[in-house]
Write a protein that binds this ligand. Structure first.
Ligand SMILES: NC(=O)c1ccc[n+]([C@@H]2O[C@H](COP(=O)([O-])OP(=O)(O)OC[C@H]3O[C@@H](n4cnc5c(N)ncnc54)[C@H](OP(=O)(O)O)[C@@H]3O)[C@@H](O)[C@H]2O)c1
Length: 303
């Protein structure tokens, strides 16, 4: 598929109001429209990907060449108590999208997570490393990936990790809120991964589509850190002066288990696109620079 073909054929984003969905919409708009295509986005309540018929009708109505499924149930701890909902959104949802893509001939882009791995590796995970999820969220996302692979639709699965961006609540917003409130921080120091900036991931999706990539590809920002190191970097940039204590995941005792190590090997992405992911710190720097005027004003006034 050449660059212009997928762009001109139109793109439909599901989960368009989520954190990644918003960045996909803003990043892909210009290139798609410039090529003469249309970019359309849908989310709850307009479309529920758990509704097979509705998904099929929507995709037939819009007849685009590329469908990007950024819709998911991403509350990792919430999945433990809402297992059925996790399976409905993260497994049945992708099944319905993939089936509709088979019907319409569209290419499906889907997102996977580092939480499908058990964290026992001490080197970055390659895309074909065996999955062994530790949580319901991880299991549901792995089953969703598998279903997309088995559906027969032309697909690209982009696995990513530790996403942050402006379009939703995430680790960065949680830490910065605590800093703004002058609260002390207790942050997990025995889990290591690669924070990934949603606009960089959205750009990576465009690059992968440009080269007609299919199959499973890992994309994350370069470098690795613990949640504690990530938080320390944020506190430092925010100019906060709050006490920080490193704690173990066991001490935090969250409902869902998470891998101790989940760094993704992104050499496949670079080989395909010729592009190296930026360092996670570059993503944080851009995030801080583009903080919304409302948040900046609140920071200045200390509210
Ligand atoms: N966040 C991370 O750290 C992370 C890490 C690795 C991989 N990923 C993957 O990256 C993708 C995007 O994640 P994200 O962080 O952008 O997620 P997000 O912010 O939670 O956005 C997901 C969007 O999907 C919508 N949605 C939920 N259920 C739906 C349904 N049944 N039908 C249609 N839309 C539905 C949500 O709406 P509501 O908000 O109204 O529920 C939300 O707008 C997901 O596949 C996720 O698993 C995320």
């Amino acid at each position: 598929m050449s660059t212009t073909v997928w762009r001109a054929g139109g793109v439909l984003v599901l989960g368009a109001k989520g954190m990644l969905g918003r960045d996909l919409m803003s990043t892909l708009l210009k290139p798609v429209e410039k090529a003469g295509g249309r970019l359309v986005g849908f989310d709850l309540p307009m479309i529920d990907i758990c509704d097979r018929k509705a998904v099929s009708v929507l995709l037939k109505e819009h007849a685009v060449s590329t469908v990007i499924n950024a819709a998911a149930f991403t509350d990792v701890d919430g999945c433990e108590s809402r297992c059925e909902h996790a399976l409905a959104v993260n497994v049945d949802g992708p099944v319905h999208v993939a089936a509709a893509c088979v019907e319409t001939g569209a290419t499906m882009v889907h997102f996977g997570t580092d939480f499908i791995f058990d964290g026992q590796s001490d080197v970055p995970y390659l895309p074909d490393h065996s999955a062994n999820p530790l949580s319901i969220y991880g299991r549901s996302k792995w089953m969703g990936e598998q279903a997309v692979r088995e559906s027969g639709c032309r697909h690209l699965i982009v696995r990513t990790s530790w996403l942050f961006g402006h379009g939703g609540r995430n680790f960065v917003t949680a830490i910065l809120d605590q800093v703004a409130a002058g609260k002390s921080l207790r942050v997990v120091s025995d889990q290591v991964g690669s924070p990934t900036y949603a606009p960089h991931l959205a750009d990576a999706v465009g690059r992968l589509l440009d080269v007609g990539a299919t199959g499973t590809v890992h994309f994350a920002n370069a470098g690795q850190c613990s949640w504690f190191e990530f938080a320390a970097d944020l506190v430092n940039r925010a100019g906060g002066d709050v006490p920080m204590t490193p704690i173990s995941a066991a001490e935090l005792n969250r409902p869902a288990n998470r891998p101790a190590y989940s760094v993704l090997d992104t050499t496949g992405f670079t080989a395909l696109t010729g592009h190296r992911p930026a360092a996670w710190q570059d993503g944080v720097a851009d995030y801080m620079e583009k903080k919304s005027p409302v948040a900046q004003a609140a920071d200045r006034s200390g509210t």
